[in-house]
Write a protein that binds this ligand. Structure first.
Ligand code: GLC
Length: 455
């Protein structure tokens, strides 16, 4: 669908126009990621709130509080809270979260989580609220956050390794990123998917996919991949999202580098919230936080000087390059020397520092496709995470450079879901909330860091 906001009109200030996009996607209480994503997603809402805090911090706080409404009694914050509209019954039914005894009665949700970027968003939104409201907001979010982080360790780090495991690429948010797709292709397809493949009947899937109705199929995951990923959900549903049963026989079981790096940073932000409230986090949880910071080192591969995700069972690194390698910058706890190696890689013109950095996979990867979702395009949320990390390590020039390029990309093409890293063309959904929100944040924080004149 075309945007009713003219996102390229030069006379309107970019940040103001991006606020308009967020208003357009506001569904009352939660911001839809885009028109064809009508539900509430965990990390989308966190990124949205980070941008929204500059114009309407109270609404940003409400966005995050809404996520607590979907929290399970065991502490999990689900990756999706479904829209209650009658027209979305099929999607709610597809997940059937109510099969699990811990799922809330008041909301239909998915049965898995997403990168835990919530504590960071809570801190950042809190910074923009007046003191009394900040305290009230932190108090409201504190217990749910503690329960969530405790759940992440209790359920997702069963061997106490310091690294949490993920059971579906949707949990990482980088749906078709090559390291996960490689694992997907290693397994035999269920007979009915193999039959669809043999009969070349993938087109049937397009009837039940809403994304390919609005976006050219070449920019999304293939129908076969969509089916295979859906089948993994179906199997989890059959096990009522009981992790012990799922782990007994699962297609995916990965200690993902992006997820765990985000966890490290958010553990630190949870401590910030606790300190500000003068509350104590359980000692056991604090020990686990420290353990994860150290354990990120297990995802480092000395020969290639990069970080990778790891198979939970075999402990083998999945040596397939992707943007995940840069996420330890956001974690902020790796050594300065390791951070410097990542910056050198980031600035390499043959792989990552393309015309519109940072591509989701390097140019020299066999998976690289400038248009296909998480297999090449540049995304503003991963740029934002990298910029945040670069600043923390003192790589000011690189951070400023990437911030300016990200802002210019949105200025030039509009707030698309993702962009070609080669020519900057906007791809996927138009008027995408986290692109708009994080552009606002980059503009506001870059003005502090770079100075107004540079923008
Ligand atoms: C896509 C993205 C995921 C995001 C969701 C909603 O599935 O891969 O990260 O949360 O859309 O925007």
């Amino acid at each position: 669908m075309d945007s009713y906001i003219d996102t390229t009109a030069p006379e309107t200030d970019l940040a103001t126009r991006m606020v308009g996009v967020l208003k357009q996607n506001d569904r009352g209480g939660h911001t839809a990621p885009a028109n064809f994503y009508p539900h509430q997603w965990l990390w989308d809402s966190a990124f949205t709130a980070i941008g929204l805090r500059h114009s309407n911090p109270e609404r940003a706080a409400e966005e995050l509080a809404g996520l607590v409404g979907g929290q399970w009694a065991n502490g999990m914050i689900p990756h999706m809270i479904f829209n209650t509209g009658r027209e979305h019954r099929l999607e709610r039914d597809a997940w059937r979260s109510w099969l699990n005894p811990f799922a809330p009665d008041t909301a239909a949700t998915s049965g898995i989580t997403q990168p835990p970027v919530l504590a960071d968003a809570v801190v950042k939104v809190g910074q923009k609220l007046p003191t009394d409201l900040r305290r009230e907001f932190y108090r409201f979010m504190f217990e749910p956050l503690v329960k969530y982080h405790e759940w992440l360790y209790a359920e997702r780090d069963p061997h106490n390794e310091g690294l949490t495991l993920q059971i579906h690429p949707y949990e990482v948010g980088l749906d078709n990123t090559p390291p996960w797709m490689m694992q997907l292709y290693e397994h035999n397809r269920p007979w009915w998917i193999a039959a669809i493949e043999t009969l070349h009947a993938e087109w049937v899937v397009n009837f039940i996919r809403s994304d390919t109705r609005s976006v050219p199929p070449g920019q999304r995951i293939t129908s076969l991949e969509a089916l295979m990923l859906w089948d993994v959900v179906r199997r989890m549903r059959r096990k009522r999202y009981d992790i012990n049963k799922i782990l007994h026989r699962t297609l995916f079981c990965t200690q993902d580098i992006t997820f765990n790096s985000i966890l490290v940073r958010n553990n630190i932000q949870l401590k910030v919230i606790a300190n500000s409230l003068r509350r104590k986090l359980p000692d056991e949880l604090l020990d686990k936080f420290g353990h994860t910071e150290e354990a990120l080192g297990k995802l480092y591969d000395e020969p290639t000087k990069q970080y990778y995700s790891r198979d939970f069972i075999t402990h083998q690194l999945i040596l397939e390059p992707s943007i995940g390698t840069f996420m330890p910058l956001y974690a902020g706890t790796i050594s300065k020397a390791n951070a410097k190696e990542l910056v050198d890689l980031l600035r390499d013109h043959k792989t990552y520092w393309l015309h519109h950095p940072v591509p989701s996979v390097p140019l020299n990867s066999k998976f690289f496709n400038e248009e296909r979702y998480w297999q090449g395009p540049t995304w503003i949320n991963t740029n934002w995470l990298i910029i945040d990390g670069l600043r923390r390590y003192g790589f000011k020039q690189e951070a400023d450079d990437l911030a300016v390029r990200s802002i210019e990309l949105v200025q030039k093409s509009g707030p698309y879901e993702y962009f070609s890293p080669l020519d900057g063309k906007g791809l996927g959904a138009a008027d995408f909330s986290w692109t708009a929100a994080l552009t606002i944040d980059l503009i506001k924080t870059s003005i502090d860091n770079i100075g107004k004149t540079a923008l």
